[in-house]
Design a protein around this ligand. Structure first.
Ligand code: TYM
Length: 332
């Protein structure tokens, strides 16, 4: 039998999971385990590039695991783990730091954005973050890395670093492909559609665990466009707010933009906004309920992340040993 291809991705538990994380990433992870060998993790080591409250970080890491499972990632079929439980990430991260160039790191959009936002804490980790992300990925030799649009640049850097390393030492790393969804890859803020949806702007951000009435309120207040047309039409340049809502509606219902335009022909924004809200609420309802149920069972979550770390550690250890040998470290 052919070996299954490998898929891997992670999310930082630096905030509560939101609709952008779900549509851009997690939704495309679920239901893949027949076809792929799947690894998904909580990227807790990445979160400390920005100051975190320790108790909140611990709580959110476990909540994120419960939400992964509630989104359809069956722990029997997917390897779910916490990044800091697999020391090979830090170890390969250091090695790859030495194969990632200052100039490359300086060009990363996320570094530029975050260093502008956290001027009092532009630390070394924030800068070298992509080398750790490259380690996260390359340890598992994945074929695909399913992420939203904003992480594409980091996956491309990972490919460059892997190619550089392979060029010196032979075929050590598989070169991974970013896997970006057709709809949902870049969900914008409901309150400021020129910015991507993110937890730092909570009014424009819909969280997976949010109450339906709060979600509906955010959709009803969503910024639509200042044109007088009041017509549901896909045109990201001229109508960023409405186009973002159409992207969300399309991602949750599977309808094409033409179908959506027909459905709301002559109805205007007043009918469209709450309809998007309802569709999102119905998508998130079972996820929220299931996550709450799973979260209550801490012992179960512990068995999941322990088993996940063991399996991930085994695979990651194999790659790390190979790397250490190639670069000339004496075997333990
Ligand atoms: P993070 O934690 O910022 O985001 C997690 C995932 O959610 C996607 N995403 C979005 N997609 C669409 N619209 C949005 N508004 C939106 N906001 C976030 C992101 O593209 C991402 O897929 N560095 C990564 C985490 C990471 C990782 C990895 C990912 C660490 N190691 C290895 C893949 C492989 C990050 O900060 O994503």
């Amino acid at each position: 039998m052919d070996e299954k291809k490998v898929m891997l991705s992670g999310i930082q538990p630096s905030g509560d999971l939101h609709l952008g994380n779900y549509l851009g990433a997690i939704k495309n992870w679920a239901g893949r385990s027949e076809e792929f060998d799947c690894y998904y993790f909580m990227a807790d080591m990445h979160t400390i590039t920005v100051r975190q409250n320790p108790a909140d970080l611990r709580r959110r890491t476990l909540e994120q695991l419960a939400q992964y499972i509630a989104c359809g990632l069956d722990p029997e079929k997917n390897t779910l783990f916490i990044q800091s439980h697999v020391p090979a990430h830090a170890e390969l991260g250091w090695v790859l730091n030495c194969y990632t160039m200052f100039g490359e790191l300086s060009r990363m959009t996320q570094f530029k954005d975050k260093s502008a936002k956290h001027k009092d804490n532009i630390n070394g980790g924030l800068f070298t973050y992509p080398a750790l992300m490259a380690a996260d990925i390359l340890l598992y030799q994945p074929d695909f890395v399913p992420v939203g649009n904003d992480q594409k640049q980091h996956v491309e850097l990972t490919r460059d670093v892997a190619e550089r390393f392979n060029h010196i030492y032979g075929d050590v790393f598989k070169i991974p492909e970013p896997y970006i969804p057709k709809t949902g890859a870049r969900i914008m803020s409901l309150s400021a559609p020129e910015s991507k949806m993110s937890k730092s702007m909570p009014e424009g951000c819909v969280f997976l665990m949010e109450k339906p009435e709060d979600i509906q309120r955010k959709f009803k207040r969503a910024i639509t466009d200042s044109d007088t047309e009041n017509c549901v039409r896909y045109d990201p340049a001229a109508k960023p707010g409405v186009s973002n809502l159409m992207n969300i509606y399309s991602a949750v219902t599977g309808k094409s933009y033409e179908e959506i335009e027909q459905e709301f022909d002559g109805k205007g924004y007043g009918a469209f906004k709450p309809a998007v809200g309802d569709a999102v609420i119905e998508t998130l309802r079972p996820i929220r309920e299931e996550a709450q149920r799973i979260l209550a069972d801490k012992a179960y979550l512990e068995t999941v992340y322990r088993a996940g770390a063991e399996k991930a550690g085994y695979i990651a250890g194999k790659t790390l040993r190979k790397v250490y040998k190639k670069i000339g470290f004496v075997a333990r």
